[in-house]
Write a protein that binds this ligand. Structure first.
Ligand code: SF4
Ligand code: MG
Length: 332
């Protein structure tokens, strides 16, 4: 598998005031392979959107690297090179309405990227391209003359997708693209994204707040908690055998249609709110909500380790050294 992106120990901290730093993304490393969909999941405030935006270079990284085709996008400085990255990496937003200029017609919104990157050489070519894009996403040329408010949520997301697609990108960060849509519309948008991925050879980073939303689109899934990665696995592995207690908790919140699975899976309910990323708990950040927490969890940060091939987890339960402690705790 060819790596399109390599995210290396990426950090994005925001200085709130003289004393407090919000560590929204606090050292995450993962790869995204060419042509895959990488689902990034976590509760609100876990840093997933910030991670997406920092990867896109909408935010400057505090530390770390994002290599795109082997080049660190945060190290780039020359304008021309930046422009190429801006074209190759596009974003689809959660609220397409907020991200579409209400005073622009749909065709001008879609053509904006074409204009910026000078991808249409005549007015006719510009118009043809816009009409083709409208059709690709399931709209028609007549829709191009209207304004965003005249469309439903699902249609507006289609417009947002057409706009992203206009510049022929390689990589798209979709930040909760279906969260705001009716359930009946969600599948349509997911299917559209899947079709476009095949037709255009796209790679996606698909951000969502729950695991059920990324299930049908992701090849691999990463679960984030308080600015760190808790677990990464191929989708099938993650849903069949979640390792991290946080992933298990997120999964037990999904209604399960298969009663066999329902019975065999211990339901883990996580209580309380996510602690503040300004002062995360010592050791394992999940320990304040983890039903398996032991003494070491407060003292030692769990290592990021490959449990089985391609299945990574950061939890002491999968480390022999601390696993003994857990067994002892169970015995007492
Ligand atoms: Fe729970 Fe400890 Fe594992 Fe953290 S390291 S998830 S607190 S068992
Ligand atoms: Mg978000």
């Amino acid at each position: 598998k060819e790596k399109l992106l390599e995210i290396k120990d990426l950090k994005k901290h925001f200085k709130l005031d003289r004393k407090n730093i919000l560590k929204a993304v606090d050292g995450v490393s993962f790869d995204i392979y060419k042509g895959e969909t990488f689902g990034l999941v976590g509760e609100s405030g876990c840093g997933k959107s910030t991670a997406g935006r920092t990867i896109m270079r909408l935010y400057e990284a505090t530390e770390g690297e994002v290599d795109f085709y082997g080049e660190n996008v945060h190290g780039k400085k020359r304008k021309k090179e930046l422009k190429k990255f801006n074209q190759d990496m596009q974003m689809i937003f959660q609220d397409p309405y907020a991200s579409l200029n209400p005073r622009m017609t749909v065709k001008d919104i879609i053509a904006e990227g074409l204009d910026i990157h000078k991808l249409a050489h005549s007015r006719k070519e510009r118009m043809d391209k816009v009409n083709e894009l409208l059709e690709t996403v399931g709209l028609n040329s007549e829709h191009g003359n209207r304004y965003p408010h005249e469309f439903s949520g699902g249609q507006r997301q289609r417009i947002g997708i057409a706009r992203a697609l206009a510049v022929d990108p390689k990589f798209i960060v979709a930040d909760e693209p279906i969260s705001a849509l009716d359930v009946s519309i969600q599948a349509q948008v997911v299917n559209l994204l899947k079709r476009l991925q095949k037709e255009h050879g796209l790679t996606y980073l698909f951000i969502a707040h729950d695991l059920s939303m990324v299930k049908h689109i992701s090849d691999r899934v990463g679960v984030m908690y308080l600015g760190k990665m808790a677990e990464i696995a191929p989708s099938d592995d993650l849903y069949a055998e979640p390792l991290h207690p946080y992933t298990q908790a997120l999964l037990s919140a999904i209604p399960i249609s298969n009663p066999e699975v329902e019975r065999s899976r211990e339901r883990i309910i996580v209580e309380g709110d996510v602690p503040s990323p300004v002062s995360p708990p010592s050791g394992c950040r999940f320990r304040t909500r983890c039903p398996f927490a032991m003494e070491s969890c407060a003292k030692v940060e769990p290592e990021w380790q490959e449990h089985t091939e391609g299945h990574w987890v950061a939890c002491h339960l999968y480390n022999d050294k601390y696993n003994q402690e857990y067994k002892q705790k169970q015995a007492n």
